[in-house]
Design a binder for this molecule. Structure first.
Ligand code: AMP
Ligand code: ZN
Length: 113
C-alpha cells in the first residue's frame, strides 16, 4: 500500500525505532507513548484492521501474539502488560494498517475509555 504510513515504516521510508523484526512482523516504539513501554506490533503484510482478518491471513495474527510474549519476556515485563487493538474510527483507529499496542510499565486503568 503506497500511501500507508506503517507500510512505509516497514520499508524504511519513514524512520522508526525498531524493537523486533522477523520475516512476518515488525515492532517499533510508538511516537506518542502512553506508558513507559508503548510499542506497536504490526504484520509486514498490509491488513487494514481486525475486521479484515480471515482464515487466509489469520496465521500472522497468531504469530504476532507469539512475538508479543517474546518481547514481554525479553524486556522483563513480569508485572504484566496490555495489548490493545483499535478497530475502526469509533474505537479510535487512526492508522489503517492493523497494529497491536503493547503497553506496560505503569498501572493501567480498566475499563479503558
Ligand atoms: P491507533 O490510534 O490505534 O490507530 O494507533 C496509531 C498509533 O500510531 C498511535 O498511538 C500513534 O502515536 C502511532 N504513530 C503514528 N505515527 C507514528 C510514527 N511515525 N511512528 C510511530 N508511531 C506512530
Ligand atoms: Zn500498510
Amino acid at each position: 500500500m503506497d500511501d500507508c504510513l506503517f507500510c512505509k515504516i516497514i520499508k524504511g521510508e519513514v524512520p522508526s525505532t525498531k524493537v523486533y523484526e522477523d520475516d512476518l512482523v515488525y515492532a517499533f516504539k510508538d511516537i506518542e507513548p502512553m506508558a513507559p513501554v508503548h510499542y506497536l506490533v504490526i504484520p509486514k503484510e498490509h491488513i487494514e484492521s481486525a475486521a479484515k482478518i480471515t482464515s487466509e491471513n489469520s496465521a500472522v495474527i497468531a504469530h504476532i501474539y507469539e512475538v508479543i510474549a517474546k518481547i514481554a519476556k525479553d524486556e522483563g515485563l513480569d508485572d504484566g502488560f496490555r495489548v490493545v487493538n483499535n478497530c475502526g474510527e469509533i474505537a479510535g483507529q487512526t492508522v489503517f494498517h492493523i497494529h497491536f499496542h503493547l503497553l506496560a510499565g505503569r498501572k493501567l486503568e480498566w475499563p479503558a475509555g
